[in-house]
Design a protein around this ligand. Structure first.
Ligand code: ADP
Ligand code: MG
Length: 281
């Protein structure tokens, strides 16, 4: 993981217009973050901490008011560059119903590459292969409104895959899904990263979804307050609590039991408790 794909340097973003002599409250404040090719980065933080704004900087929907954002060597400082950047970074949003545009699944997946002017024979290939990779190929002739939330999100992800972007930014893609839908979507996202080498930026408020990331970024009030591997970040239980953030359930349980070291998931929790209870678990 040597190549920087997204480079954010000292970025600020303001929604409110500047009033005379008074600086508005920034939605992002001096944010610096590098995302490397092939990485899986989870971004966590409270409502209003700036996660969605950061996502929109990553694919040049917004330009920073101050500082710079560069994607694959392209600075996001003009409309033309923004178009180039959006060919490299795709987005998936929270609400599956807001991002489906066609009345047939395969037409929906074809929409992105059609807009990029891809040749129809090539589009056909990309649509089939994208639908297979999210496990939705059998549903290609269905109507999206009859699908479950998790299935719709997988169709939205297939739409990004069909555009062959290097990176996919998912803004709370599982927030509106039931547990099964969440699992399906999380499995799909991990597969894209591991098997297809697509760089993933996953914005989530579920701590358990961040545990399997390569790196976790925590935001609060428009700033990045800490970043590191999941183990590094979730071992700072007190720090996270001070910022009113949870830790993964297994971490919380083992921490409450006074177990030293950072336990991240159910498997690790079972192992540690098994050792303590002398094999009774
Ligand atoms: P998050 O995704 O972490 O919930 P956001 O990036 O949406 O955070 O919001 C960051 C800050 O910017 C918040 O204070 C929010 O109220 C403000 N904000 C977000 N969207 C808008 C908007 N369209 N207009 C004005 N302020 C906004
Ligand atoms: Mg948001």
């Amino acid at each position: 993981m040597e190549n920087k794909l997204i480079e954010i340097k000292n970025a600020y973003y303001f929604y409110d217009p500047e009033e005379e002599g008074k600086e508005p409250e920034p939605a992002l404040k001096n944010v610096s973050l590098d995302i490397y090719e092939g990485e899986f980065v989870a971004v966590l933080g409270h409502n209003g901490s700036g996660k969605s704004t950061l996502a929109k900087l990553c694919n040049a929907v917004f330009e920073p008011a101050r500082g710079t954002v560069t994607v694959d060597g392209i600075p996001s400082d003009s409309e033309e560059n923004g178009d180039l950047i959006r060919r490299k970074v795709g987005m998936v949003f929270q609400n599956p119903d807001n991002q489906i545009v066609a009345t047939i699944v395969e037409d929906d997946v074809a929409f992105g590459p059609e807009n990029l002017g891809v040749d129809p024979a090539e589009i056909r290939k990309r649509v089939d292969s994208a639908l297979k990779s999210v496990n939705m190929y059998e549903y290609r002739e269905r109507q999206p409104h009859n699908l479950s939330g998790g299935q719709k999100q997988r169709v939205a992800i297939a739409g990004v895959i069909a555009m062959q972007t290097k990176c996919i930014v998912l803004d709370e893609p599982t927030a509106m899904l039931d547990p099964m839908g969440r699992d399906e979507v999380m499995d799909t996202i991990h597969k894209l990263n591991k098997e297809m080498g697509i760089t993933v930026v996953l914005i989530t408020h579920f701590m358990d979804e961040a545990v399997k990331a390569d790196r976790v970024v925590i935001m609060d009030k428009g700033e990045i307050i800490t970043t590191g591997t999941p183990r590094e970040v979730f071992s700072k239980v007190d720090f996270l609590r001070e910022h009113k953030l949870d830790v993964p359930q297994s971490t919380e349980l083992c921490n409450a039991l006074g177990i030293k070291g950072c336990v991240l998931d159910t498997d690790e929790c079972v192992e540690v408790l098994g050792r303590i209870l002398g094999g009774a678990v």
